[in-house]
Design a protein around this ligand. Structure first.
Ligand code: HEM
Length: 360
């Protein structure tokens, strides 16, 4: 869908983030619901997709606001910035969206038309066939689970791909190395597939470096101390909210040489961090968190980011519009719970594979 949408794009300039969001929600939709959520897959603009995307972005922005009421509990009821009121409104919009999806699924199951082994079918069957009451999920719990997965999986994955592509455009020599590796491993007669990923060592290093410099949830997700404890000599009272600054940890000059430089080689054999992975066991880079509440979608998220980045770089050369030079590309970050680019990445894609590849 990604390649088709870019090749068929009516405009020369493409807003990559919008398109990536659509692809990722559709990929999550296929796992969770058994079908694509949006569009017929052509990548054409879709009002429902835009509405969903707007809701996800709004919730991330609202969650990232420094809400005075959360830090001065006496003021919470005043909702001075209107955050709670906006959240409640948004909740209603999400609820309508999800109720429609669940009802449609139930009808299909009742008519025996739901043959996929998707997550929602499993959740509904637990709801209906759970052996005792404690095993049954309510519709509210199912809605919460779906929302949790869609929310946690969409923006995080799409913004990482967008940062990876931006870094590669900014560093044409690195882009050339990734393309060379892809041409060597995959060739120019077909698209890269899931099965090729393990052989794409340089691409994997690029993705790790992207997660290091641009972790999609820079303060991870808030945790609450369940009991009084001491961390590094600091007393943490029970009930405190704790934020782990994943962004700062991965730029710590005591841990990383030239931490602000985008340098994938550090993760390659012989590099300073050759044995460091990003899956929660090496604490100097933990974009998916760590421990018992580590991201549940890590494997899928990582796979999507690798495959989408590889597909874009393999299938297209990418130019910036208006003759902007690569080294002038704006890399500023926007403020919010998720780490977005301050300005969306607009590209002019130019196909670079054999023509027949784009017709499949
Ligand atoms: C690039 C992609 C992703 C990144 C960087 C990411 C990052 C994170 C982080 C940092 C956390 C908090 C972990 C902690 O508290 O230690 C988290 C939690 C979570 N993620 Fe992801 N995530 C990604 C993709 C996904 C996907 C694709 C899904 C679903 C299919 C997903 C579902 C979740 C859920 C449900 C939680 C909450 C887990 C819990 O505490 O119960 N994530 N993610």
């Amino acid at each position: 869908m990604l390649v088709r949408a870019l090749v068929n794009s009516k405009t020369r300039e493409v807003n990559l983030e919008q398109l990536l969001n659509l692809c990722i929600v559709n990929a999550l939709g296929r796992v969770m619901l058994g079908y694509r959520v949006f569009g017929e897959g052509s990548g054409a603009s879709d009002a429902t997709a835009d509405e969903f995307k707007a809701m996800v972005v709004e919730v991330m922005d609202l969650a990232g606001i420094f809400n005075i009421g959360e830090f001065v509990p006496g003021l919470e009821w005043l909702d001075l910035q209107g955050v709670a009121a906006k959240m409640k409104k948004l909740h209603k919009r999400f609820d309508t969206f999800l109720v429609a999806i669940i009802e449609e699924h139930k009808i299909k199951i009742a008519q025996n038309k739901q043959h996929n082994h998707d997550l929602l079918t499993t959740l509904i069957s637990l709801n209906e066939n759970g052996e005792d009451e404690s095993q049954k999920l309510t519709d509210t719990e199912i809605k919460a689970l779906l929302l949790n997965m869609f929310m946690a999986g969409t923006d995080t994955s799409s913004s990482t791909v967008e940062w990876a592509i931006a870094e590669l455009i900014k560093h044409p020599n690195l882009m050339a190395q990734v393309q060379e590796e892809l041409d060597h491993v995959v060739g120019r007669d077909k698209l890269v597939s899931d099965a090729d990923l393990t052989q794409l060592t340089y691409l994997q290093a690029v993705i790790k470096e992207t997660f290091r410099l641009h972790p999609s949830t820079p303060l991870s997700l808030p945790r609450m101390a369940s009991q009084d404890c001491q961390i590094n000599g600091y007393h943490i009272p029970k009930g405190s909210t704790l934020l782990v600054n994943v962004w700062a940890i991965a730029r710590d000059p005591d841990q990383w040489t030239d931490p602000l430089e985008f340098r994938p080689e550090r993760f390659l054999p012989g590099g300073e961090k050759a044995h460091v992975d990003i899956k929660g066991t090496d604490f100097e880079v933990i974009p998916f968190g760590a421990g018992r509440r580590i991201c549940v979608g890590m494997t899928m998220g990582l796979r999507m980011v690798q495959l989408l980045t590889a597909t874009l770089v393999h299938a297209f050369n990418m130019k910036l519009p208006n003759e902007i030079l690569p080294d002038k590309l704006n890399m500023d970050e926007a403020y919010g719970l998720a780490l977005h680019r301050a300005t969306p990445l607009i590209i002019e894609p130019q196909p670079r594979l054999a023509q027949h590849v784009y017709r499949t």
